[in-house]
Design a binder for this molecule. Sequence first.
Ligand code: FAD
Ligand code: NAD
Length: 477
Amino acid sequence: MSDKYDVIVLGAGPAGYVAAIRCAQLGLKTACVEQWVNKQGNPALGGTCLNVGCIPSKALLESSHVYAEAAHGLEQHGIELSGVKADIAKMIANKDKIVQELTGGIEHLFKANKVTWIKGTGTLLPERLVTVNNGDGQPVNYTADNVILATGSKSIEIGAVPLQGDVVVDSTGALDWESVPAKLCVIGAGVIGLELGSVWRRLGAEVVVLEAQDVFLPMVDQQIAKDSLRQFTRQGLDIKLGARVTSSQVDASGVTLQYTDQSGEQQLQVDRVIVAVGRRPNIDQLTTPETDLLIDERGLVHVNGACETNLPGVWAIGDLVRGPMLAHKGSEEGVVVAERIAGKHSHLNYEAIPSVIYTHPEISWVGQTEEQLKEAGREYKSGVFPFAASGRAKAQRDTGGMVKVLADKHTDKLLGMHIVGGHSSELIGHGVTVMEFEGTSEDIARTVFAHPTLSEAIHEAALAADQRALHIPNRKR
Ligand code: FAD
Ligand code: NAD
């Protein structure tokens, strides 16, 4: 006889653990299967996000930013410091402590909500049977009325640059170095490449980023992307576009990389390498061929708009399915699925999911870019306000970047907000809320923002979309 649940969730990342908690809140008998073992050798909840993703990377971004400010950012405020040193081992220990506190917190939440944590690797079999193997004796079988698949994603590896010890690493390895490489190559100028490249650059590494595509951050509004590229270059990130790595060799002196760019074959000698070329859905032990779960050619579990798979009572959420690979997208899908299982009519507005790259300056956006609107033939108006004209940004001596507002030319409905600038991860929430309420640029223009704040730049960008900005000259109509 196998144990029976109302809901079994496979995977306890931000998609799975949130789904499990919400199911339990709604009175469903819920279990969550999770296989993660942390670097201390203990089983852990929280998935990629809490263990080796969002949280540890943000901890190191924060520590390295504070160090860089103390080392060379305070003089203009009239503060002189000498002998500033970074203790990398302590930084890593601080990051590990934050991770342990948060993953332990999920364990408490599971207990408080009466979610059963089944430790081990779960595999979906026909008829919503889940078999769990914890490497310790016979697999145990469970059944459920509903199964939610949330097994997340894994780093993509490339044959030209195989991972090797702590010299050629993926993002997980780059969160655990206890010394700063003199010269570092990051392969891929995507989100991870820029965030982790920034961490090690701030701590003193010479950083070269090799990016295969010719366009920098193609998913970002290109006015914002170009501005951020200028700022990253000034910080010393050497970002080479159109550079495709073809092979590599590791020896005692470091790593030699061969790559091609517009001028032909190139060679680069570095001490260490981070491979950050994207992530793929984790379907490794998810199911068996007899189960007939539909998986597409990219390895994503096929779902409809409500996260239902082709199998009755089987749902899939998070990085395992279409859409951006973002923690908050997965969590919200978890809530929606839990509520649908409980008979409610929840849905997720995929048009209003914010994205953030946590570099300095931060790049944050929601909705459509100017390039996407042009391609769709949509008539729009835009308003831009530079932080150089913001009193608060000046007081902070952090004036790089801008806010850009895009609205429908005829209805004025907000179609996109794009920000490059300090603290823009917090500012973008204004754009998300207005888009969620289907508001207009005039709604923002008529809202009162506190003075002096960075958010006034959003107000001014909305005014600029109507040629009536107050603190910059308006473009001629
Ligand atoms: P995951 O978090 O990957 O969790 C899946 C879980 O399933 C894992 O714990 C895994 O062990 C478990 N699992 C897999 N297979 C099985 C199985 N067969 N049985 C049992 N358990 C299984 N996103 C953001 O939104 N903001 C950020 O700042 C951010 N920073 C990131 C930084 C880095 C370095 C990385 C790598 C990613 C970052 N992301 C960020 C992306 C974010 O981590 C993912 O989008 C998010 O974790 C996806 O959540 P998930 O629950 O779908 O999957
Ligand atoms: P990505 O897709 O953002 O970037 C990968 C980059 O590598 C691309 O620009 C691609 O053109 C380039 N590339 C691919 N193959 C290459 C090659 N052979 N040589 C040189 N360049 C190559 O992927 P990522 O940075 O690995 O991040 C993975 C996912 O994790 C992202 O989808 C992102 O959503 C998520 N993530 C989010 C955050 C955040 O929200 N702040 C942070 C980290 C990761």
